[in-house]
Design a protein around this ligand. Structure first.
Ligand code: URA
Length: 439
């Protein structure tokens, strides 16, 4: 077999077979296929797509390119959760302790942020002392004893995906449905849970800009999960504006903690209830979505989710006093207001621009190895549908460098539009074994 023939076959629009895909993935993994040929094949896939069979084969080969997790130490059904990435997406921080408080074990590997989309591991590291690198023994111990542990991805989870993602990032081939589906699902399969809940973001703060594309991605990922014998549900959710109010690491931890204490933004809680209830139903801890939602809401009312979060932070070396008093989390030197230039109704708060403003103040990365400033970010005060008067505060930029903060103020300003607002729904659709359901 030869890689040039494989590239030419995909270039000419033909489907690749199992041997060809396995040859490609193992060649990427062991370094025998050079980056220029890998990039050429990625571009051919980007342009000509992959059918479901090819996408599943690519996913499988990438999942098997490294270590797989052994979760057999957990009794019952193991449920994983994954978001396709968005701005202000702090769902894991709140939903993990909520479902754990309902008796579902959360043993989760999470990623770091890249580009406008943030990552759970960076957010957790804004808590002083919090360790996201755990030994297998520690990870197992916390999940068994307290039902919750979250760690960073070990180097050897789906290493072929890591190499491919790095090349996609620099060759304009990230936004390909089969490549995104295979990338996300290879890591989920390597984590070896029995069931998977996917949160596929749709809107201008997400990879998928339209509901139509997000539903297609959701269908592809659900098909891959089902094919591998995993119960899989994908919620397609709104990312037309930042989720909740806060975007930026410590700012998001604060918002998640406020939510666990019962004082968070209602739209954010609504999404946590959606994702958490799919998790509880797949994990057979609830018989129906409505029963699951009630159980989850109770974990906020009775403080059990908040207590679970504190236990989780303490286990992983984090400073619990910063959770009890979120004023102790890292704080930026400058908090700069973004002022409304006119009267009107907010009709857009472009998520991608808010994400870019976060990068400008150091809350996000452009390159994989960029350092994060955990204190910085953006907190929006006005969202789609809000009436504003000229001079009102639309948002605050939190920055440690005044000049960068001022530039970010302009970027945030450019995210706002005024005019007729379209009412925003949080859950747009969901996909399960029976197909697509529109809400
Ligand atoms: N997240 C991933 O893990 N992979 C992608 O390709 C896109 C988002």
């Amino acid at each position: 077999m030869n890689i040039v023939e494989i590239i030419a076959k995909k270039r000419d629009g033909f489907a690749l077979n199992a041997e060809e895909i396995a040859f490609f993935v193992s060649g990427v993994n062991n370094g025998s296929i050079p980056d220029y040929q890998t990039s050429a094949l990625l571009m051919a896939i980007y342009l000509n797509g992959m059918n479901d069979e090819e996408t599943a084969l690519l996913t499988d080969a990438m999942a098997k390119s490294g270590d797989t997790m052994d979760l057999s130490f957990i009794d019952g059904i193991k449920v994983d959760k994954h978001s396709s990435g968005g701005v202000g997406d702090k769902v894991t921080l709140a939903v993990a302790p909520m479902v754990a408080a309902c008796g579902l074990s959360v043993a989760k590997m999470s990623g770091r942020g890249l580009g406008f989309s943030g990552g759970t591991i960076d957010k957790l590291e804004s808590i002083s002392g919090f360790r996201t690198t755990l030994s297998e023994q520690e990870f197992t111990q916390y999940v068994k004893r307290d039902g919750i542990a979250i760690m960073g991805q070990t180097k050897n989870v789906a290493p072929a995906d890591k190499k491919l993602y790095a090349l996609r990032d620099v060759t304009g081939t990230v936004a390909s449905l089969p490549l995104i589906a295979a990338s996300i699902m290879s890591k989920k399969l390597a984590c070896n849970s029995d069931a998977i809940v996917l949160d596929v973001k749709s809107g201008d703060g997400a990879f998928m800009k339209t509901t139509e594309d997000a539903v297609k991605l959701a269908e592809k990922m659900v098909a891959i999960g089902l094919r591998h014998g995993k119960k899989t549900v994908a919620a397609v959710t709104n990312m037309n504006q930042p989720l909740g109010f806060a975007a930026g690491n410590a700012l998001e931890v604060k918002e998640a903690v406020d939510t666990l204490k019962g004082n968070g933004p209602s739209v954010f809680l609504e999404l946590c209830l959606v994702i958490g209830s799919f998790m509880l139903v797949l994990g057979e801890k609830a018989e129906s979505i409505s029963q699951a939602k009630q159980a989850l809401a109770k974990t906020i009312e009775n403080g059990s989710a908040y207590a679970k979060f504190k236990q989780f932070v303490a286990n992983q070396g984090g400073d619990v006093s910063q959770i009890e008093n979120t004023e102790l989390l890292p704080k930026a030197k400058y908090v700069l207001p973004v002022i409304a230039p006119q009267n009107g109704t907010v009709s857009a708060v472009c998520g991608e621009k808010i994400g870019n403003a976060c990068i400008e103040v150091g809350a996000g990365r452009i390159e994989k190895n960029d350092l994060i400033d955990h204190a910085t970010g953006v907190v929006v005060s006005k969202k789609i549908g809000d009436e504003v008067k000229s001079g009102d505060i639309l948002a605050y930029v939190h920055a440690n460098d005044e000049a960068k903060g001022k530039k970010a103020v302009e970027t945030v300003m450019s995210a706002y539009e005024f005019g007729d607002a379209v009412k925003q729904k949080m859950l747009l659709a969901y996909v399960d074994k029976d197909g697509v359901h529109y809400e």
